[in-house]
Design a protein around this ligand. Sequence first.
Ligand SMILES: [Zn+2]
Length: 79
Amino acid sequence: MKNTHQCPKCSSTDLSKLEGGNNWNSRPNKIYYNSFKTIPVIRFVCNHCGYSEEWVDTQHLEKLKSKFGLPERGGSEFV
Ligand SMILES: [Zn+2]
């Protein structure tokens, strides 16, 4: 939905965008990285069927991976 501006479930283009929040502001959508730092998560919600999709800005991906990343699997096997 972030890129297509269309719901992948019902094809509606009636969407809402909820900005993610930093640190201690009132925006609730965030991932706690440690006690003092959070990573904002941007949420897109379909106003027709309620499907939602969440995105983390690419500048935060290395931090997220260092704390929460799963071990990478060998080879090209994709499950
Ligand atoms: Zn929808």
